[in-house]
Design a protein around this ligand. Structure first.
Ligand SMILES: CC(C)(COP(=O)(O)OP(=O)(O)OC[C@H]1O[C@@H](n2cnc3c(N)ncnc32)[C@H](O)[C@@H]1OP(=O)(O)O)[C@@H](O)C(=O)NCCC(=O)NCCS
Length: 179
């Protein structure tokens, strides 16, 4: 098993096809059929290949400045983390989270941030649920158009502190779309 980092603009047609298959398998028919992101492309991904060189897992990552109670914070966002059905419960999802955390070490990154309905994987990996009021850019993923600003508490929000700053209650402005 190996994990590779790839920038979005280096993904060729063959890899795109494999990613598309994996994403549709993992996120079912809701996933777009003609692209490998829901709303916006991530900046880079970690890809997991098994010993037969099959793609068995992936995660997209977004590097961004956000605003927490008026203060700029640097954030790595976790997008569409998934593992193929036949390879689940073997620690691959956890391995990807560890890979992200390792990647963040020593870099200008304050927090890893994600949104999850099912929090098990992330709680196990030391992420904590937070309950901030969020503001974000709303994108309709079907028409791929912007349609407004969201302002809401998002109960799916989870974070991990990977820098020197502590997370705070209060307002977080995502300064962009919500992944
Ligand atoms: C979530 C997912 C990536 C976990 O991958 P994995 O390789 O099986 O994960 P691990 O083996 O490292 O850990 C398994 C843990 O994840 C938990 N888990 C299972 N499905 C989950 C889900 N959809 N979200 C969060 N945690 C989940 C399991 O309960 C298990 O926890 P436990 O050991 O305490 O019971 C995989 O189930 C998946 O791809 N699901 C479909 C896509 C998805 O929902 N992704 C999450 C988007 S937020």
């Amino acid at each position: 098993m190996r994990i590779e980092q790839i920038f979005e603009y280096d993904i060729d047609a063959q890899l795109k096809m494999k990613l598309q298959q994996l994403l549709i398998e993992c996120f079912t028919d809701e996933y777009p059929k003609t692209r490998i992101y829901f709303k916006q492309i991530p900046h880079f991904r970690f890809l997991v290949f098994d010993d037969n060189n099959q793609l068995v897992g992936q995660v997209g990552l977004d590097y961004r400045v956000m605003n927490l109670n008026g203060r700029p914070i640097t954030v790595i966002g976790v997008i569409d983390l998934c593992v193929s059905k036949n390879n689940r419960f073997q620690g691959i999802g956890t391995l990807l989270l560890k890979k992200i955390e390792g990647f963040c070490a020593g870099k200008s990154i304050d927090f890893i941030l994600l949104f999850a309905d099912n929090k098990k994987l992330y709680t196990n990996a030391g992420f904590k649920s937070v309950n901030n009021e969020c503001r974000w850019l709303k994108i309709d993923d079907e028409s791929q158009t912007t349609y407004g600003i969201g302002d809401e508490r998002i109960h799916e929000l989870m974070i991990k502190e990977v820098g020197k700053i502590k997370w705070e209650d209060g307002k977080v402005d995502l300064l962009g779309y919500l992944y």
